[in-house]
Write a protein that binds this ligand. Structure first.
Ligand SMILES: Cc1cc2nc3c(=O)[nH]c(=O)nc-3n(C[C@H](O)[C@H](O)[C@H](O)COP(=O)(O)OP(=O)(O)OC[C@H]3O[C@@H](n4cnc5c(N)ncnc54)[C@H](O)[C@@H]3O)c2cc1C
Length: 459
């Protein structure tokens, strides 16, 4: 294989000295073994890679960071297309629209947007890829007030499975544009994305934490609390078993805690009044206060560097007392659990289906998102973590919603969408990538469903 003459970026093959670095995902526990790695430096490089793959009978897996690499599998007969070098960022303060290349990470955009007093719908982690996150939906700290990040996309530039570069928006390739907003990267390789930003510089945000033994009282109070909070409040209830890592703040290092994290886009007095019932539970740690939007990536304490880990999640239709008891039974103080974090994110508000417009996923018919993860530096810890994830899923399955969330699924999962959405996604895949060239982490089958006709690309 050699198409280096056509590339602005680089082709890395298994005999190259940096092969192991090139094939590595952010999730270090994932052992990717592609046929080749291409570092694309331009949209033309993406086209050249697609054409080379077509010629050689290979597939192409685009990857921004590899945060959700686990479901891809081993990548046999696949070129891993790394988009890290597609680093374009522009923010238009007049229109409030950002344009980012496929390799941009959230921290880069939140920093760029904050210079103009604008906020981006970033998730909890600084180094997650903007494009991968947004294609899967994107639950930010403003999810209950602004909906999914994907619902605010206005255009995407996409290399199709025949190597052509197109612009997908409301008027051009509308079915592809629909699929890209929440349906994942199933039918094209995005080289750049354009989406709305929002004027906001500061919020009331922070973490309240208690020893894990207090979890039953804390989480049942939080559960009642979320019923009454306005949509401007997005919060997370969390069980943490933190390792004694030096980069964790001293009061958290090596501790097992129950925590509530919240972001309130409300005036100080209103936020303080809302918090009062949680503060009445006398948290050991209270970091709540006025916070720059550009600092919110610190709130959830996600690892700022690649880690060997395994995680998984599901949507919950509700969290009645039986569900909370099952959650506490699985994750409470009495358990020796290999899961560093098990969290419940409060949904609802602008995440209710139909509250936002457009896209394959325009919200969730679910009240909470569950996500759990453990660190897996070796085989025994991986086995223990996967067993705990299975047990947690089983325990919470009576409350599992009918649909799922791609971004929180780190192990292969068959179904995420309502049948009519799935059928339309299959039709888009069949029209845009009938040969199944694009290897997405959460694929849809190529076979045509009954989602209605989707014209072939270019027609
Ligand atoms: C620590 C951590 C914190 C997280 N926090 C949040 C959060 O707060 N909210 C939330 O919603 N999610 C969150 N996630 C989930 C995250 O959004 C998903 O893992 C997402 O898929 C990551 O995108 P990526 O580009 O970084 O990862 P990658 O693994 O590189 O990409 C995932 C998939 O996206 C597709 N893709 C990526 N780039 C392209 C492209 N250019 N063209 C076409 N398809 C493409 C591919 O199918 C790829 O397999 C978190 C994950 C982790 C590990």
């Amino acid at each position: 294989m050699d198409f280096t003459g056509e590339l602005h970026g680089r082709l890395v093959l298994p005999h190259d000295p940096d092969w192991h670095t090139a094939r590595m995902a952010w999730q270090l526990a994932v052992d990717q073994q592609p046929a080749a790695v291409v570092y694309a430096a331009s949209a033309q490089d993406v086209s050249a890679t697609v054409l080379a793959a077509l010629q050689m009978g290979l597939r192409v897996a685009p990857q921004g960071t590899g945060h959700n690499a686990a479901p891809l599998g081993p990548l046999n007969r696949t070129i891993l297309l790394r988009t890290d070098r597609l680093g374009e960022i522009s923010v238009n303060p007049l229109t409030g629209i950002a344009r980012v290349g496929a390799g941009v990470r959230w921290i880069q955009l939140t920093d760029a947007a904050s210079k103009y007093g604008l906020m981006a719908l970033a998730g909890s982690a600084a180094d997650v890829g903007v494009v991968g996150y947004t294609l899967g939906g994107g639950v930010s700290w403003f999810a209950r007030s602004h909906g999914l990040a994907s619902n605010h996309v206005v255009a995407a530039e996409v290399v199709l499975a025949d190597g052509t570069l197109v612009r997908a928006d409301a008027d051009n390739h509308p079915d592809l544009f629909w699929a890209l907003r929440g349906g994942g990267g199933i039918a094209g390789i995005v080289t750049a994305l354009e989406f709305r930003l929002f004027p906001m510089t500061e919020v009331q945000a922070g973490l309240l934490a208690w020893p894990i033994e207090r979890a039953p009282a804390v989480l049942s109070s939080w559960r009642r609390w979320v019923d009454d909070v306005p949509d401007q409040v997005t919060s997370v209830g969390r069980m943490l078993r933190l390792p004694p890592l030096p980069d964790l703040p001293e009061p958290l290092r090596g501790r097992s805690l129950v925590a509530i994290e919240a972001v309130c886009d409300l005036p100080v007095p209103q936020a303080e009044a809302l918090l009062a019932p949680l503060r009445a539970l006398a948290p050991e740690l209270d970091t709540f206060g006025t916070t720059a939007v550009s600092d919110l990536h610190l709130l959830h304490m996600d690892p700022p560097y690649p880690v060997p880990a395994a995680g998984d999640g599901m949507l919950l239709s509700g969290l009645p007392s039986g569900a909370l008891a099952a959650f506490l039974g699985m994750t409470g103080a009495g358990r020796d659990l290999p899961l560093l974090s098990v969290e419940l994110r409060h949904l609802g508000g602008a995440l209710r289906p139909g509250a936002a417009s457009g896209g394959a996923v325009d919200g969730f018919d679910a009240e909470f998102a569950l996500f759990a993860a453990g660190i897996t530096p070796d085989a025994p810890s991986a086995v223990a973590t996967h067993a705990a994830l299975d047990e947690l899923r089983m325990a919470m399955s009576p409350w599992e919603a009918a649909t799922g969330y791609r971004n929180f699924a780190e192990r292969s999962r068959g179904r995420f969408d309502a049948p009519e959405v799935e059928a339309r996604l299959r039709a888009v895949k069949a029209a845009y990538d009938p040969g199944d060239l694009i290897h997405a982490n959460h694929p849809v089958p190529v076979s045509r469903g009954n989602g209605g006709p989707v014209p072939a690309p270019g027609r």
